[in-house]
Design a binder for this molecule. Structure first.
Ligand SMILES: NC(=O)c1ccc[n+]([C@@H]2O[C@H](COP(=O)([O-])OP(=O)(O)OC[C@H]3O[C@@H](n4cnc5c(N)ncnc54)[C@H](OP(=O)(O)O)[C@@H]3O)[C@@H](O)[C@H]2O)c1
Length: 291
């Protein structure tokens, strides 16, 4: 493979478009595809080639990257008649970065075998801003021989790559870390709602934990959004609810009781019903306040 690989990126949502810009800044030749083409078009001005189908994006690429909503979306983009799986050369590396859970990662690994692709399971930590800045953490897992060819992509999108062994371990660790993230967001929403319910200024909560051993930058990020009732999406609530379900599935298979994640999933599902799927996950607060 050329030292500067040509990359096909499927999915230019919040995360995918940020990753695309980071790859373009790093000088990687990039083709992008998105189901809703209009969302990919702005990337053409920044040097990407916008493809009409996943197959068109993948044809001749050295590396295919998927950053789509879920397993079903990834399967559609890879395995459909105009999918990337048929169009990519045998032995092409497939970096799968969508959050698909433990079972999803295994299903996609099997799909990679059927398409003769080299599967690298590489979900990411970080949200809109780190994606835009090339400051994600990449949880990479897959065959050792894929490490070197993946490096230009991982260096472009992230500032830290953890190689975690056989494919699937990246998605396992992603479930672990996201259980923590969901618990933090949920706890922040709940504490602010409780402060308000007890007729306190909710800012007192954030000010009181600031700089103490119980502080967390995430509490302030999500807490400020809640106080301002500003829910423009960084981590869309729809995705957070999906992740909570994936964590519960993985935990059930592993015989682990996840009461916190179960509560978060119920609240996120209620917020989805109320129409907040496209808002940031911090909008889960609205369920606590029954606004
Ligand atoms: N946002 C975060 O903080 C964050 C952080 C780490 C990981 N992730 C994960 O990254 C992935 C993308 O998340 P995001 O935040 O970028 O979400 P997003 O902005 O909602 O983008 C979702 C992407 O998936 C596509 N899509 C959805 N359903 C599809 C289908 N059935 N067929 C084809 N394409 C489909 C969308 O296409 P359209 O534009 O046509 O709808 C869009 O490209 C998810 O797995 C998410 O869990 C997100």
């Amino acid at each position: 493979m050329a030292t500067t690989p040509t990359v096909a990126l499927l999915g230019t949502g919040i995360m995918g478009s940020g990753m695309a810009r980071s790859m373009l800044r790093a000088g990687l030749p990039l083709r992008v595809w998105n189901r809703t083409t209009a969302k990919a078009r702005p990337l053409a001005d920044e040097g990407a080639v916008v493809a009409e189908t996943p197959a068109e994006a993948a044809r001749g690429a050295d590396i295919v990257v998927t950053m789509l909503q879920d397993t079903v979306a990834v399967e559609a983009a890879m395995a459909a008649d105009d999918g990337a799986g048929h169009a990519a050369r045998d032995g092409t590396i497939w970096i799968q970065s969508s959050t698909v859970g433990v079972d999803g990662a295994a299903r996609l690994a099997a799909l990679a075998v059927r398409c003769a692709l080299v599967y690298v399971d590489a979900p990411v930590l970080g949200t809109r801003e780190p994606a835009e800045k090339g400051a994600l953490t990449v949880l990479a897992s897959g065959p050792a021989e894929a490490r070197e060819p993946c490096t230009p992509v991982f260096d472009a999108i992230g500032n830290r790559t953890l190689w975690l062994g056989p494919a699937g371990n990246g998605s396992r660790l992603k479930m672990v870390v996201n259980s923590w993230v969901l618990a933090l967001a949920e706890a922040t929403a709940e504490a602010i709602a409780l402060a308000e319910g007890l007729r306190l200024d909710p800012r007192l909560f954030l000010d009181t934990i600031a700089g103490t051993g119980t502080d967390s930058p995430y509490a302030h990020t999500k807490g400020e959004a809640i106080l301002a009732r500003r829910f423009d999406p960084s981590f869309p609530l729809r995705g957070a609810e999906k992740d909570a379900r994936l964590i519960l599935e993985a935990a059930a298979d592993a015989g682990v009781d996840m009461g916190l994640t179960a509560a978060a999933q119920r609240h996120l599902a209620r917020a989805l019903e109320l129409g907040h799927g496209d808002d940031d996950m911090a909008a889960v607060y609205l369920v606590h306040r029954r606004e």
